[in-house]
Design a binder for this molecule. Structure first.
Ligand code: WQD
Length: 352
């Protein structure tokens, strides 16, 4: 993709986990970026970290996408060539407790964004989707043509509805969508300046492991060991967050180099294509860190699918993207990030 430096990309939720890693990659390859975020599940210090990583003071606009006025203001101030839309609530558990928050925030934000974008002639959109749109798949590995089953949570349903909204919006004749369906994102930037840093306690496997290893948690639970898998624990497709970020660059490159102006929707699975059980991840972490993990086997967790991992051939063939980092890389980078957080928090407590 030539002359990226003349192209400006709006990254909504760009202070978040996958958003911040994607901003770093977009700038690294030469794009101009504007970050819009309301810090509902991210922190302003991530922007300073991105400045350190990229050497660029990235334009930032505090924006709540569920407010139509704020979205209109944003588009009144900037000309965008394309959009990557991350800004959404993403906790499966929380969505079960508070479906109202999830439907309101995730769907109204998307509708505001796409309506205002199209009104301003911005018609290229990368949508942050999720393997959770597949529900509990009957066949493995999961490909983009695997039929979508019933969403297992309101969060997953907002992703299914979001994809359907954008597909139906292509009837306007101009909207060009790429949906990226993430499997299990994990790990952190090699600099250990950015990583998974939600405002609430994380409940995903890898951050729970690193928090247990560093002593923030006395122990961790393994949810179920009686599944029909090699060691009785669930299988997931763990994918490095930097690999995911690089897939977003490929998607933006593709949208901006399209000759056709016709509407389209393309869908890509972002996974490693490999499945690992919970116990395999735990043992791999113990090897990587040299730390013994304190865990206990507990009952199954409501809503967990037994096995899910991706068929990634479509992204390789059409997007020219494949995961490059291993489970070892994921766990080492996550561990380095956890250790960096410990130093940062210690510094903050001594200062305050
Ligand atoms: C993984 C496995 C748990 C924590 C997540 C997101 C979802 C989507 C995919 C983006 C499961 C087990 C976990 C713990 C455990 N991502 N586990 N003890 O549920 O696959 O889904 O990634 O859209 O939105 O939620 O990820 O990391 O929570 O669980 O045993 O303390 O680890 O039972 O088998 P999940 P997870």
């Amino acid at each position: 993709m030539e002359n990226r430096s003349s192209k400006r990309i709006l990254v909504t939720g760009g202070a978040g986990y996958i958003g911040s890693h994607t901003v770093a990659e977009l700038i690294r390859v030469g794009y101009q970026v504007v970050v819009a975020d309301n810090f509902s599940n991210s922190r302003p210090e991530v922007l300073e970290a991105l400045h350190k990583i990229t050497g660029v003071a990235i334009p930032f606009e505090k924006t709540d996408f569920s407010s139509l006025n704020e979205v209109e203001d944003l588009f009144a101030h900037y000309q965008f060539d394309a959009i990557i839309h991350f800004a959404a609530f993403k906790s499966v558990n929380e969505s079960v407790q508070r479906p109202d928050l999830y439907y309101r925030n995730n769907l109204i934000s998307l509708l505001n964004l796409v309506d205002v974008a199209l009104k301003n002639g911005v018609n290229k959109l990368v949508f942050s989707s999720s393997c959770s749109v597949y529900g509990d798949p009957d066949q493995l590995p999961v490909s983009e043509s695997t039929p979508l089953k019933k969403a297992e949570s309101p969060y997953a349903f907002t992703k299914q509805i979001g994809e359907r909204i954008l597909q139906d919006y292509t009837h306007d004749g101009t909207l060009q969508n790429i949906f990226l369906r993430y499997f299990n994102p994990a790990g952190a930037h090699d600099s250990a300046l950015i990583g998974e840093y939600p405002l609430q306690q994380p409940n995903n496997l890898v951050p729970v492991i690193t928090q247990t290893a560093i002593g923030l948690r006395p122990s961790m639970d393994v949810f179920g060991s009686d599944y029909e898998t090699s060691d009785g624990t669930c299988v997931r497709d763990y994918i490095h967050v930097v690999d995911i970020a690089q897939a977003h660059v490929k998607a933006i490159d593709r949208l901006l180099s399209l000759v056709s102006t016709k509407s389209l929707t393309e869908i890509y699975n972002l996974g490693s294509g490999k499945g690992n059980t919970v116990m395999q991840v735990i043992h791999a972490f113990e090897q990587v860190s040299g730390q013994k993990l304190n865990y206990q086997i507990k009952d199954r967790r409501e809503g967990d699918v037994i096995k899910v991992y991706a068929d990634v051939s479509h992204a390789k063939k059409q997007l020219g993207w494949a995961a490059e980092k291993s489970l070892h890389d994921i766990l080492l980078s996550a561990w380095n990030w956890e250790k960096a957080l410990e130093i940062k928090n210690k510094k903050q407590t001594t200062i305050s």
